[in-house]
Design a protein around this ligand. Structure first.
Ligand code: FES
Ligand code: FES
Length: 202
């Protein structure tokens, strides 16, 4: 493949997969580098098992380069997590892995085996919205809605982490989630309300 045909996305995916192969023992890819791919070779396929919202999903023959975000969206049809930048800059792809916020565009699916992955699809229970989902509606915390799943997942984690005591604190700890529509004031109000505080967060 002509070098110029490589997109930035291709480059990052390959770089991430190379890094992962050095850090962990990927099935079929030795830590020594034997069997590791170089640009232009066909992608290696591996069997991956992901636990998402308490449900185990088997993904046989998954391209080893597949990000967690692409596995969720393209292979499990869990399209709530959005792809904004694919560079770790916008937070639209935020999920919670073992209790911690993660940009799912920056981690490979294979690296998340054996972990509990929580996405926006798992929030509503028995037809009842999660309190923060309801608060986003009550406070008009969105316009186009593209950033909203990431904002809500991140907001729930922000509250659970104990970082929702004031508007300033919420703004600081939600700074990784970008809203191009500029719905920030109402997003902060929804989080503060759900956290049990005064909604005046100006
Ligand atoms: Fe992952 Fe933007 S899509 S941070
Ligand atoms: Fe449109 Fe946030 S509501 S990007």
């Amino acid at each position: 493949m002509d070098e110029r045909e490589w997109t930035r996305r291709n480059f990052i995916s390959t770089s991430l997969a190379g890094g992962a192969a050095m850090m962990i023992d990927l099935p079929g890819i030795s830590p020594s580098g034997e069997g590791r791919e170089t640009a232009g070779e066909s992608h290696r396929q591996i069997d991956v098992v992901l636990t998402v919202n308490g449900v185990e999903h088997r993904l046989p023959g998954l391209d080893a380069h597949t990000t967690l975000l692409d596995a969720l969206r393209d292979h499990l049809q869990l399209t709530g997590s959005k792809k904004g930048c694919a560079l770790g800059a916008c937070g639209a792809c935020t999920v919670v892995v073992d209790g911690r916020r993660v940009n799912s565009c920056l981690t490979l699916a294979v690296m998340n085996q054996g972990k509990e992955i929580a996405t926006v699809e798992g929030l509503a229970k028995d037809g009842q919205l999660h309190p923060l989902q309801a608060a986003f509606i009550a406070h008009d915390g969105f316009q186009c809605g593209y950033c909203t799943p990431g904002q809500i997942i991140s907001g729930i984690a922000c509250i659970a982490e104990g970082h929702a005591h004031s508007g300033d604190e919420i703004r600081e700890w939600m700074s990784g989630n970008i809203c191009r529509c500029g719905a920030y004031t109402n997003i902060v109000a929804a989080i503060r309300d759900t956290a049990g505080g005064r909604v005046d967060v100006g």
